[in-house]
Design a protein around this ligand. Structure first.
Ligand SMILES: [Mn+2]
Length: 313
């Protein structure tokens, strides 16, 4: 059932022992959202365990609280509420038997499958952290510097630090109010901007694969199994390579998930609906950023993708 911000706030106030669930291949928005929710609930005297099935990518571990995020649901714990942040479908939460307690999802994916008892969805917001910032700030929830930094990172990463088309006046307003209360943009950016030597090497490897289709309107690049082993957890970073080339409307990054399965990250610039394109392969996401999995080796996955993609141009 879809609910309002006020009802979502009431859900958080009405329960005491939370399990907070983020998604696999966690991004900055998911990490920022789950951390901020954890900080806010703990400040209200509640307990809030956090779980992300495949853990926290190294680049986000500078944030306070990430060390408390677990990769499995603690055994014997007694929860009275379940909250999913930034998850469009429950499969993204991992292969868990979730406790049978009232559940809330806070999300901004238009493809959300409404798998929880309650859903507060704003598909017009750039980030789940943008929803949470509004909920906390308007609802007078306690918001310390750590929570504000976490939310600022979530909004920043999902909006390309206020460059993507999902950046609205509201996105900027939420960022502004977070900074007004203590979030530190330079602290976040300085940590996220640092590139490892391994990442530079993978960048070179991905650049080597860059090629074009459909008269240059589709830019394609790939991370083979070696690249994925080197820096697969930061694959989001490399999808910007095909997308940023002049004339490219759809940028796609093919990621080897073993020899037989290929995962795709899709981005578009002005008009192509990559959420619908991803849905053709059972995936989803946003109009300008989406993903899917094709159960084929990479070369065949590319053919299948191109056959479907052309009509979106
Ligand atoms: Mn998000």
């Amino acid at each position: 059932m879809k609910i309002s911000k006020e009802e979502a706030a009431q859900f958080l106030r009405d329960h005491e022992r939370f399990l907070l669930v983020g998604h696999i291949h966690a991004d900055g928005d998911d990490i920022g959202s789950i951390l901020a929710l954890h900080h806010a609930l703990v400040h209200l005297g509640k307990s809030a365990d956090m779980v992300i099935a495949d853990g926290v990518p190294e680049r986000f571990r500078f944030l306070a609280g990430t060390e408390e995020i677990q990769t499995s649901i603690p055994e014997g714990a007694d929860y009275d509420a379940l909250v999913f942040t930034d998850l469009s479908n429950i499969e993204r939460g991992g292969d868990f038997a979730f406790p049978k307690v009232p559940s809330l999802c806070i999300d901004h994916h238009i493809s959300n499958t409404e798998y929880t008892d309650y859903l507060w969805l704003r598909a017009d917001y750039a980030a789940t952290a943008e929803l949470l910032a509004e909920l906390f700030l308007d609802g007078d929830f306690p918001l310390d510097k750590e929570a504000r930094d976490a939310l600022y990172m979530g909004i920043g990463t999902d909006s390309g630090f206020f460059k993507f088309s999902n950046t609205s006046a509201h996105t900027l307003l939420m960022a502004s109010r977070l900074v007004e209360g203590g979030a530190e943009p330079a602290f976040i950016s300085n940590h996220l901007d640092v590139t490892t030597k391994v990442s530079m090497e993978v960048y070179r490897r991905v650049l080597d694969t860059l090629h074009y289709a459909c008269g240059g309107k589709i830019g394609l690049a790939a991370m083979d199994e070696t690249s994925m082993a080197m820096d697969g957890e930061n694959s989001d970073y490399y999808v910007s390579i095909p997308r940023r080339v002049e004339g490219v409307e759809i940028g796609v990054l093919f990621k080897a998930d073993g020899p037989e399965v290929t995962r795709l990250s899709l981005r578009s610039r002005e008009y192509a609906n990559v959420s619908e394109l991803a849905a053709e392969f059972g995936g989803g996401g946003h109009v300008r950023a989406a993903g899917c999995t094709i159960r084929l080796p990479m070369a065949e996955a590319e053919k299948a993708f191109l056959a479907a993609a052309e009509k979106y141009l």
